[in-house]
Design a protein around this ligand. Sequence first.
Ligand code: 3UK
Length: 540
Amino acid sequence: MIKNPKAHEDRFAHDNLPPPELWPELRFDLPELNYPGRLNCAVELLDRMVDKGYGERIALRTPDGKCTYRQLLTRANQIAHVLRDDWGLIPGNRVLLRGPNNPMMAACWLAVIKAGCIAVATMPLLRAKELQQVIDKARVGAALCDVRLMEELEIAQKICPTLKQVLCFNQGGAGSLEGLLENKPADFENVETAIDDVALIAFTSGTTGQPKGTMHFHRDVMAMCDCFPRSILKPDANDIFCGTPPIAFTFGLGGMLCFPLRYGASTVLVEKLMPDTLLQTIQDHKATICFTAPTFWRQMAALAHKYDISSLKKCVSAGEALPDATRQLWKQATGIEIIDGIGATEMIHIFISHSPEKVRRGATGYAIPGYQACVVDESGKALPPGEVGHLAVKGPTGCRYLSDERQKNYVSNGWNITGDAYKMDADGYFFYQARTDDMIISAGYNIAGPEVEDALLKHPAVAECGVVGVADEERGQIVKAFVLLRPGYAPEDGLVKELQDFVKNSIAPYKYPRSIEFVTVLPRTETGKLQRFRLREQKS
Ligand code: 3UK
């Protein structure tokens, strides 16, 4: 290891951290969170595992092959040599990563961090304009990009003066990253970073346009591996992980890469998955753990009987609220109780969840060991059980935006305010209501769209739905449902009345959707979230 008291020679990330008084309070309440002062998270996840004897075990699986821990280490080391020797990058430099989930993308992420640089992984579907915002904001000087995603990056490069060096991977031949790797040594002198050097900047778009960069330290990557997995998921070295979230989304960075490596397990990386191909992947690879979003669980429940997925033991849902209707469908289809968990890019991963045995219907779960959570009012005062307010959390990780005024909105009195309306019961279980800015106010009543969605989803005609408030002269807003029907059902007037009565019979009648529109597709983000603002904008 290179001993360097100031591992980050490039101080950009450090200099753009929020002022200390705007940081959330950080708590390290578990013995496993006592890390040494110097630690490189990629070295912990890879070199250490080889040192411990996992070298010949499988780390990565793909539809066409396998790769051991030692092979992955060699590949990451060679890439790190390109970054340092060929490009002359120094610790603290930002490197943009762009690719679907595949072994080279994984190796590049590990290499960037081993070299002491900062990984800025971007969602595969970003266009040049959005890439430009990320590159400018994080002052990115170099990029590694999957050959099939080069087009938008090339457009972005023309308008981004800081971006000097770009290489593509998964192409092979001269001029590509693979071409440069051939004669690189298999060993690399890792950079011994400080525990609180920035390891990655994860961008989150929100709904307003200007993306926010969340900065996470080497310690945060370790903490994400040592909290949710250790206490809730409990994986072991024989587990085979699979799922949909991209490595560029911290949900996927954990579930598809860091968690499996931390526990000596293996991960199936597949580039493009749909509900049927994810089921096929579980069958083909005998996967034991699967990470995906609620809409996938719902669609997979209808198809599960066509596949042999008897290897599957644990199912994780995150990204948006898991409707109880979906939880029950999956349980009926497979016997498995989904593990729901709320996480956020600002927090890096999941902070409220539940073990399968401790599920409570309608609840996301409880604050997992290492985290604290409560529900607060507008002034930040804790509310008693049963009252709806803002979810506030703190733990070993927390929000640090890269030079962004919005730090003040997310962190208040040391708590991270996630932007979600929640209710807590007397046992400390947290019940999701809505995004705070999505609450529907109709004739003076507060109505949470997701509750109406859950009621609708229990009707056999409803495949998917989205519920929002739309302007109404008399009531201020009315509840409007956009409904996607299951095959075999027709969008008839009689069905509107039937669905309205169905909702009135299962939840408080004033919450029923006064307006229902049948649609063939619902607007979603790349991470599987329903874009309610786009439903609200729709004129009918
Ligand atoms: C919503 C949920 C109810 C919630 C994420 C796991 O989704 C992740 O990060 P994002 O920054 O979004 C955060 C927001 O998404 N949400 C996520 N999970 C749930 N709402 N129940 C859930 N289970 O509004 C939250 O504030 O995209 C999830 C791990 C890492 C992540 N980055």
